[in-house]
Design a protein around this ligand. Structure first.
Ligand code: HXC
Ligand code: NAP
Length: 282
């Protein structure tokens, strides 16, 4: 899909890059010539990913144990990275989520998810952004959100409010920092099978088939499709795209929103025939 030099000489940090979509994107960035840093809370997971991707691609990958909820830890990690060489790309991908009835949630539950998704994104963006602005360096930020930021979603309220905040951050800073060479966009994916997401959000495997029926393309997205879109959005090939939220969901949210979609799917052929205009009598 891309020339293998697409991200040559670029240095990227992917938060939550040890698993799932972050890991798949780290692999794609490495294949396209980037040097990649990944971070997360579990060092064993990070080390395994680092070793696997290094041996698979032969490219430069580094891992950092860092909880993005902690601004001091984020600043320390960014300082360490910068001491070697500045980043060109930041991908805010780390997230926390779970299905729960909102009235059952403790304050700690809200704080945990908001801390990772909204505050974590803010911490890394500010740490990198201040440095880029001071150095007059061109850079790109790619945030990972969801399709339920504009509609909201029942049962994932801490995630919904956090991801909506990330959308506002994306659009705000795209304008405020755009004139100084920093682009900021987001991908809003629909369901893509990963252990992290599906183990928390799909309590029974058979619900997957019902979930696919909500998607016009009748399947889930893949990590490869996600990683290719991410590569495009952080590359110079998308240099005039700024402040955009790119939905990647096979048309799922539009199907859910369309007034007559469900009704139309339920009608029989006979009913469609009956609704056709009757031939006019001469
Ligand atoms: C209610 C819960 C809960 C649950 C935890 N809590 N799980 N409340 N229902 N299922 C509460 C705890 O009681 C605690 O509150 C607080 O949340 C923090 O929980 P901990 O387990 O101590 O936190 P921690 O170990 O830091 O784990 C964070 C986490 C966990 C967010 C709870 O799920 C996690 O590590 N997630 C990371 C990966 C992830 O979620 N990936 C999925 C991304 S998918 P108290 O008050 O007791 O302190 C996604 C979009 C998918 O984002 C969209 C699909 C279309
Ligand atoms: P995942 O594998 O669970 O990825 C989440 C990653 O974030 C993990 O590697 C986790 O590592 C890291 N993380 C969590 N809390 C952290 C913290 N406090 N500090 C640093 N890292 C932290 O799930 P995924 O499906 O790949 O999700 C990736 C992104 O896609 C998320 O932003 C998610 O909201 C979004 N998304 C996914 C889907 C989907 O269907 N898969 C759909 C829409 C949006 P540690 O636990 O080791 O910290």
């Amino acid at each position: 899909m891309f020339q293998q030099t697409l991200l040559q000489n670029k240095r990227a940090l992917i938060t939550g890059g040890g698993t799932g979509l972050g890991k798949a994107t780290a692999q794609r960035f490495l294949e396209l010539g980037a040097e990649v840093h990944i971070c997360g809370r579990r060092q064993d997971v990070l080390t395994a990913t680092e070793q696997e991707l290094r041996s698979r691609t032969g490219a430069k990958i580094h891992s950092h144990q860092c909880d993005v909820r902690d601004p001091a830890a984020v600043e320390k990690m960014i300082e360490k990275i910068w001491a070697e060489s500045p980043l060109d790309i930041l991908m805010n991908n780390a997230a926390g989520n779970f299905l729960a009835r909102t009235e059952d949630l403790s304050l700690g539950a809200f704080q945990s998810v908001i801390g990772i998704v909204l505050m974590g994104t803010l911490h890394t963006t500010m740490s990198c952004g201040r440095r880029w602005l001071a150095e007059k360096r061109k850079a790109v930020v790619l945030n990972v959100t969801t399709t339920y930021t504009t509609t909201g979603s029942a049962y994932v309220v801490p995630s919904a409010v956090s991801k909506a905040g990330v959308h506002a951050l994306t659009r705000s800073l795209a304008v405020e920092w755009g004139d100084r060479g920093i682009r900021m966009n987001a991908i809003a994916p629909g369901p893509i099978p990963t252990e992290g997401a599906f183990s928390r959000l799909l309590p029974r495997p058979e619900l997957a088939e019902a979930a696919k029926k909500r998607i016009p393309l009748a399947r889930f997205g893949t990590t490869e499709e996600f990683a290719n879109l991410a590569a495009f959005l952080v590359s110079d090939g998308s240099s005039y795209i700024n402040g955009e939220i790119v939905t990647m969901d096979g048309g799922e949210w539009l199907q859910g929103a369309g007034e007559f979609t469900a009704l139309g799917r339920d009608l029989t052929n006979e009913e469609w025939e009956m609704m056709k205009p009757k031939p006019k009598k001469q």
